[in-house]
Structures are given as structure tokens and as C-alpha cells.
Design a protein around this ligand. Structure first.
Ligand SMILES: C[S@@+](CC[C@H](N)C(=O)[O-])C[C@H]1O[C@@H](n2cnc3c(N)ncnc32)[C@H](O)[C@@H]1O
Length: 305
């Protein structure tokens, strides 16, 4: 099962208390949600959002196993949606603004290899349909790939993947497409591996890593979703409440840093983490995903509070 990252740091810095209203915008398999709920019960409420309905089901299973159906039924509201619409979800349920909000970005290990959900193509290590989206409403990679020009593809691979062989990979993808469209992850990862110099192909990371990451970020408009969430933050989090974002990609972390700074400069928030919080060596030993995690926290309200 997916192991949540930086759990102690999340609890320490978001500081959820009994009776509070808390948002988990990327509930995933419910690892963080479980710990947040422990802190806010018996009277608090959790709004749990995820763009993948299988994540919602997994989170529900985790929370019901820990607290029972009755508590979960009366203290947790599940929303299958994007966290970019969190402000609407908060107001739709008639709640006051939240005391703490958490985003833990990207995809979870359960979305890669779990027997209880259909594969979505996040991993190049197994052969899966080339989707890379969190739901069927979002246009899948296999469907938009043929629409992109070499130049579009190069831009995506450079911008979201910082891929140095973007031109070679994009050209190879477009050439292969003329013969047969890409339908599976293996199909795509083999083309990428064949396109780049063998020395790089034998390097530290799999040669398809950066292309897959870039296409996933582009397919799901991940940076835009984050921008929309941060733009709405004062409609989501109450004055004195805290928002925390765990990111795994430098572009996401830069965006969070920039928007938190802008809010602090406008005197609408106070930065709690001057530098991003990262995982301890011990946590990284136990959970490799934690290696690239960066956690930033902002407290809403006047800087001078
Ligand atoms: C890293 S996992 C979260 C893991 C979770 N914190 C836990 O402890 O199990 C990220 C989750 O965010 C979801 N997600 C990705 N983009 C989203 C978006 N725009 N809106 C809502 N959920 C999203 C994914 O479906 C995935 O379940």
C-alpha cells in the first residue's frame, strides 16, 4: 500500500486540533487523511477530494477500517473532483473555511500497481494502456499525442520534463506514429529508449522517466490545477488556518514558493517554512518516494498577526 510521506511534518506544521474542519485535496489511499482525522475527532470534519474515483474508494476503505462506517459517514465528505474546485466544494457543503488544507501532489504507488483498479499507464515498467490521466473525463495521452507536432512535443518534454534529448525523442515518436499509433506504455517507452544515445539509456534513471513525467503533467494540466487552487486559497482556508503542499517536481515547488511569497508580500499570509521541509534520511531509507518530496506551509491572514 502507498506510504504517505512527511506525515509527522504535516501534522506538526498544519497542527490540526479536535473539532476543526480540514481539507485533504489529494486524499489518495487515505494515509494522511487517517492521521488528520485522528487529530480532529470527535467533532471535526474532513473534506476529502481526489480526481481518481478509485483513490476515493481506497481512502474510504482505509478510513472505514480505522474508524468504522458510522464515524466516516458523519465526519468525512468525499468529493470526486479536482482540488482546483476545492473552494466550490467548501461552499457547496455549507462549511466554514477550513483550518488546515493539504495537497500531496502527483500520483500514488497504488495507482501504479494495485489489483483493485484498472491500470492507467503511469508506469513505463509494465505494459498498460497509454492514458496517464486520473479519470476518463481527461483526454488521455494516446488520444492527444497524434495531435501534437514535433515542436509541441519538444516544448512539453523540455518544459515539464527538463529532457535534454527532447528533440531526438519527439522526432522518434512522430516517425513511429506514422507507422502505427501508440496504444501502450511499453510501446512508447521502447521508442524513447531506442531514440537516445545508449550511454544515456544505461544511466541512473530509466530513459523514459522524464518523457512520462512531462506527458503526465501536460495531460492533467497539473501546474494549472495547482495555480487555480492557490489563487482561491483565501476562499478555502480561514484566517489563522494553514495550507501545506507536498511537491515532487521543481516546477511545482517553484510555483508554491512564488505564490506563497506573493501572498506574504500582500500581507495575506505568513510563510511558516522559510525553506521547504524535506524527509529525514531515515524516512528516505524506508520510502524512496520521500527523496524528492518538498513541503511548504503558509498561514493565512495578516503577516503581522
Ligand atoms: C501522492 S497521492 C496522495 C496520497 C495520499 N496523501 C495518501 O496518504 O494516501 C496523489 C493523489 O492526488 C490525486 N490527484 C492528482 N491530481 C489531482 C487533482 N487535480 N485534483 C484532485 N486529486 C488529484 C491522485 O489521483 C492521487 O490519488
Amino acid at each position: 500500500m502507498h506510504t504517505p510521506v512527511l506525515t509527522n511534518e504535516v501534522l506538526g506544521l498544519l497542527d490540526p486540533r479536535p473539532g476543526q474542519f480540514v481539507l485533504d485535496g489529494t486524499v489518495g489511499s487515505g494515509g494522511h487523511a487517517l492521521e488528520l482525522l485522528k487529530k480532529i475527532l470527535p467533532d471535526g470534519k474532513l473534506l476529502a477530494i481526489d480526481a481518481d474515483r478509485y483513490s476515493i474508494l481506497a481512502a474510504e476503505r482505509t478510513l472505514v477500517a480505522a474508524f468504522g462506517r458510522e464515524i466516516v459517514g458523519s465526519h468525512v465528505i468525499f468529493e470526486h473532483d479536482t482540488y482546483a474546485r476545492a473552494a466550490q466544494a467548501v461552499s457547496r457543503h455549507g462549511f466554514p473555511l477550513v483550518h488546515a488544507a493539504l495537497l500531496d501532489l502527483g500520483f500514488s504507488s497504488d495507482q501504479i500497481d494495485s489489483a483493485d483498479r484498472p491500470p492507467r499507464g503511469f508506469s513505463f515498467l509494465s505494459d498498460e494502456p497509454l492514458l496517464m490521466t486520473y479519470n476518463d473525463e481527461t483526454v488521455a495521452v494516446r488520444d492527444f499525442l497524434p495531435e501534437l507536432s514535433v515542436a509541441d512535443l519538444v516544448k512539453i518534454l523540455r518544459e515539464f520534463g527538463e529532457e535534454r534529448y527532447a528533440m531526438k525523442i519527439a522526432t522518434a515518436i512522430k516517425e513511429r506514429e506514422r507507422v502505427r499509433p501508440f496504444l501502450t506504455t511499453r510501446d512508447l517507452s521502447e521508442t524513447i529508449t531506442a531514440a537516445i544515445p545508449p550511454r544515456y539509456a544505461r544511466g541512473r534513471i530509466h530513459p523514459a522517466t522524464r518523457t512520462f513525467m512531462a506527458l503526465r503533467i501536460y495531460a492533467n494540466q497539473e501546474l494549472n490545477q495547482l495555480k487555480l487552487f492557490l489563487a482561491d486559497i483565501s476562499l478555502i482556508v480561514a484566517t489563522g488556518g494553514r495550507v501545506g503542499v507536498i511537491s515532487f517536481h521543481s516546477l511545482e515547488d517553484r510555483l508554491v514558493k512564488r505564490d506563497f511569497l506573493a501572498l506574504a508580500k500582500e500581507n495575506r499570509g505568513r510563510i511558516i517554512t522559510k525553506k521547504p521541509v524535506t524527509a529525514s534520511a531515515n524516512e528516505i531509507r524506508q520510502n524512496a518516494r520521500a527523496r524528492s518530496a518538498k513541503f511548504r506551509v503558509l498561514e493565512l491572514g495578516s503577516n503581522t498577526l
